[in-house]
Design a protein around this ligand. Structure first.
Ligand SMILES: Cc1cc2nc3c(=O)[nH]c(=O)nc-3n(C[C@H](O)[C@H](O)[C@H](O)COP(=O)(O)O)c2cc1C
Length: 162
């Protein structure tokens, strides 16, 4: 099973989670990076409105991929505009399975996952699983076992750590 693990992170929490996830999945994580940085107000408004913002070139052709794992922070109960842009750009993803993980301060995971589900299904993908992490728990390194369970869901089998 060929897995692509893609994430966006501004302050590093989603990066930390995605890197651990990718490590457990034995793949190299791919980071979505903004082409231009914008101010906080613009970030929040674009997220709230479900808009997109330009990103740097990144792997977006999923021809050689079976499963997409996408990790994103929750912004305004949705996701950053760079994540929307990445989904817009994805190609050859029809019929493929995807899993999403959202990382948040306190609330909004369900809405953000519903938002991503809609966007990914519009691209013809099937959301096969989702989960969330909380900033404070990421800071305190309390999410590792949760990530193992998520990876087991993705692989459909129990992981034995050696
Ligand atoms: C513009 C903006 C909007 C946010 N909106 C929410 C929100 O609706 N709910 C929430 O729990 N956290 C919200 N957060 C907090 C982030 O989800 C949280 O800090 C997360 O850990 C950030 O991930 P990162 O460190 O990978 O950037 C928001 C952060 C930003 C910058």
């Amino acid at each position: 099973m060929r897995i692509l693990c893609v994430y966006y992170s501004w302050k590093g929490h989603t990066a930390k989670v995605a890197e651990r996830l990718a490590d457990l999945l034995h793949v190299e994580p791919v980071r979505i990076e903004p082409a231009v940085e914008s101010g906080m107000f613009s970030k929040a408004m674009k997220a709230l409105l479900g808009w997109s913002s330009p990103i740097k070139p990144v792997k977006e052709d999923l021809t050689d991929i079976d499963v997409l794992v996408l990790a994103s922070p929750v912004w305004a109960g949705k996701v950053p505009p760079y994540v929307n842009e990445y989904i817009n750009r994805m190609s050859m993803c029809e019929g493929k399975r995807c899993y999403v993980l959202v990382e948040m301060g306190a609330s909004g995971a369900e809405r953000a996952i519903a938002h991503l589900k809609g966007r990914l299904e519009n691209k013809g993908m099937k959301l096969a699983g989702s989960t969330f992490t909380i900033e404070k728990e990421v800071d305190e390194d309390l999410v590792y076992e949760h990530l193992i369970s998520f990876v087991e869901t993705i692989h459909g089998k129990t992981i034995v750590l050696v």
